[in-house]
Design a protein around this ligand. Structure first.
Ligand code: GTP
Ligand code: SPV
Ligand code: MN
Length: 656
């Protein structure tokens, strides 16, 4: 009995041993993989040394998910920039430009399928579809998360994972937001270094906040917004890389409830530099709504009059409609002689809040310009040209034979030969463009000669006027002023613009782009209008609202207004109206300047008749406008604030 029992035990023991061995060997690859991940985590952690537990855990989790070959924590130093740009040159992602012509600057060429934001692949994953609203693509957050986990699984194989601590807004601003972008693109790292406060000092700030070493509490204190990005192009051992890795399947995803961003498949602009549109607009608009401030697609410009008084305006134009140009405006000679000056605070995004002084204050959350290159020239925007003389990244522009950049609309004659944005030989008569229409420069904001002394003031700048506008060949006059705040919100809500390369759809067709936020508002557009209307309650001194249009044309397709620096004339009227210092005339659509109220000194050949054409009110055009606005309102019907419906009714009544 005993021996058979012992034998039985022995067999059982052997079987158990065998089973364990079998289990271990079966799981071996898994265990090895796990160990490898642990090694790279250990590598990551040894370099990071972060005391921020949540950050450490997130980076560990993402390392395990994306399985990069190595992890690098970015410190934002010059040495890091030098190393990454040199590496990108070696890999063929960057071309170093001629250091004598364009020192410390690089050209990148993307693939033709990755040249702009992808609005049809941009998702707002709020709990319910109506929280995202009819102007956004909604997806169920749990389902989207599951889809993305599959996409991100192993997506960084063969690549380096970079961890980028960054801050949108001056670190001491009450609105500042710290984000951590994880990316497998060195292009993203060096662009983020220009576009945001980036590096060790931001990580330290986050750790100090989390450890309670900083008193000043702001919203989001001690926390970071996780921004996960991958180009979605893992490399098998021995597989050669391409110069612009990306994936045909793209996802730009926002989780407003948990304040997370995940972007997959694109390496370009707003798709990949996640501090910009994803954080500073789509996620920030959600935070702003909750905390009673505003995250807007606006430039901020300062104007000093001859008496030395400074007025700041924030201006919302849709993408590629001239924000950078207006933000860097140089007044015409007669204005300069009289002592007018302009300064730039920002060219794309403004965060605005009701300051304790009763005014709306604004900061620019960015530290660089990601500006449209084609059309930028000394003749149209000298300050942009001076901002891009060094330390820049150019994407999808042409390369000249002497190692400099070129694009359509640059000053002087086109080069006799260049390499175009696709890497092919180009000559002026080859029938193709040299630079892509959405080619861009990334330039440090501090390099703009008119950078405002307060551009990094944590307290922001006080805003006296808000201007809306778009590209309208007809209907919209050069300028008019809203009657009051709610009429101003109506002007913003009904803004329209003809489509450009940056937008999807038929080029030339008018699309409604409320407050220039159509692709960037991270929640229901009707609620966004309600938020705008509500903000009035928190302000003692209200900014004035205006609508402008530089793009009106005559029957022959010629601009009715010279634009660019001459826009100063319109700005002057707006500023004077803000201070009650210029006359205005009440019309059906708003207050307008009479010819006598408008300065045309030095504007050769521009007559009263030209002014009348640029300012003309055409009743039948406005009737059509009203119908078109009505269609847009129907799309937003169930969340549309009644104030705006009444504003439209009042406009209809005035047109009779
Ligand atoms: P994003 O960076 O895409 O948000 O756009 P942005 O608003 O900064 O656009 P940007 O300044 O790059 O727009 C440039 C386009 O506007 C070019 O096609 C310019 O020629 C045109 N533009 C700018 N100002 C004027 C103007 O006063 N008159 C006319 N006619 N065109 C202008
Ligand atoms: C825009 O499209 O409004 C931009 C460029 O400013 S991007 O950052 O690519 O969105
Ligand atoms: Mn923009």
């Amino acid at each position: 009995m005993r021996s058979s029992a012992a034998a039985g035990l022995q067999i059982g023991y052997r079987a158990a041993l065998l089973r364990i061995f079998w289990q271990i060997s079966g799981a071996l690859p898994h265990v090895i993989a796990k160990l490898q991940v642990r090694r790279s985590i250990a590598h990551a952690m040894s370099k990071s040394n972060t005391s921020h537990a949540a950050l450490q855990k997130w980076v560990e989790d993402m390392t395990a998910l994306c399985t990069p070959d190595s992890v690098e924590w970015c410190d934002g130093s010059q040495a890091e920039w030098d190393r990454l740009t040199s590496m990108a040159v070696e890999k063929g992602t960057f071309t170093r430009l001629n250091p004598e012509k364009r020192p410390n600057s690089f050209l990148a060429r993307s693939t033709p399928s990755d040249v702009a934001r992808v609005e049809d692949r941009t998702f707002i994953c709020s709990r319910r579809p109506d929280q995202a609203g009819p102007t956004n693509h909604w997806a169920d957050p749990a389902e989207m998360r599951a889809t993305l986990m599959e996409k991100f699984k192993g997506c960084m194989k063969g690549r380096t994972m970079y961890v980028i601590p960054f801050c949108m807004g001056p670190l001491d601003s009450p609105l500042a937001k710290i984000g951590i972008e994880i990316t497998d693109s060195a292009y993203v790292v060096v662009n983020m270094r220009i576009m945001t406060h980036m590096g060790s000092h931001v990580l330290k700030r986050l750790e100090d906040e989390a450890a309670g070493r900083i008193d000043k509490k702001r919203d989001g204190f001690g926390n970071f917004i996780p921004c996960l990005h991958s180009v979605g192009a893992p490399l098998e051992p021995g597989q050669a890389d391409v110069s612009w890795p990306c994936n045909e399947d793209k996802y730009i995803v926002h989780f407003p409830d948990t304040r997370e961003i995940m972007s997959y498949g694109s390496g370009y602009g707003g798709n990949a530099l996640l501090g910009k549109k994803c954080l500073a607009l789509r996620i920030a608009s959600n935070i702003a709504r909750e905390h009673k401030w505003m995250a807007e697609h606006m430039l901020i410009v300062g104007v000093e009059n001859p008496e030395g008084e400074k007025t700041y305006l924030s201006v919302a134009f849709p993408s590629a409609c001239g924000k950078t140009n207006l933000a860097m405006l140089i007044p015409p000679k007669c204005y300069q002689d009289a002592g007018w000056k302009t300064t730039i605070v920002g060219d794309d995004i403004a965060w605005l809040w009701p300051h304790e002084d009763g005014k709306l204050h604004a900061i620019n959350p960015e530290t660089g310009y990601f500006g449209v290159a084609p059309g930028t020239a000394y003749t149209t925007n000298p300050r942009a040209m001076e901002s891009i003389t060094a330390n820049c990244i150019f994407t999808n522009v042409g390369l000249t034979d002497d190692g400099d950049v070129w694009w359509e609309g640059m000053d002087g004659e086109p080069p006799a030969h260049a390499i175009d944005w696709t890497g092919q030989d180009w000559t002026p008569d080859c029938g193709r463009v040299c630079a892509h229409a959405n080619a861009r420069f990334t330039a440090p904001a501090s390099q703009c000669p008119s950078i405002d002394p307060k551009w990094q003031d944590p307290d922001g700048v006080p805003i006296d006027g808000i201007i809306f506008g778009g590209r309208r060949a007809t209907t919209m006059p050069l300028v008019f002023q809203a009657y009051n705040w709610s009429h101003g919100v109506y002007l913003g809500a009904t803004m329209g613009s003809e489509m450009t390369a940056a937008a999807f759809g038929n080029i030339g067709k008018v699309r409604r782009d409320p407050m220039a936020m159509l692709p960037f508002c991270g929640y229901n557009m009707g609620e966004y209008f309600a938020h705008w209307l509500e903000m009035r309650r928190y302000l003692k001194h209200l900014p004035r609202f205006f609508h402008v249009n530089w793009f009106r044309k005559d029957q022959d397709g010629k601009w009715l207004w010279p634009g660019f620096g001459e826009n100063m004339r319109v700005i002057e009227w707006c500023i004077k109206r803000c201070h009650g210092a210029a006359a205005g005339h009440e019309t059906q659509i708003g207050w307008i300047p009479a010819f006598e109220d408008f300065n045309i000194e030095g504007l050769d050949g521009f007559t009263e008749a030209d002014f009348d054409k640029a300012m003309a009110f055409n009743r039948s055009e406005w009737k059509a406008e009203l119908v078109s606005q009505g269609e847009f309102f129907i799309d937003l019907y169930d969340h549309m604030p009644k104030e705006l419906i009444f504003q439209r009714e009042l406009l209809a009544a005035r047109l009779v």
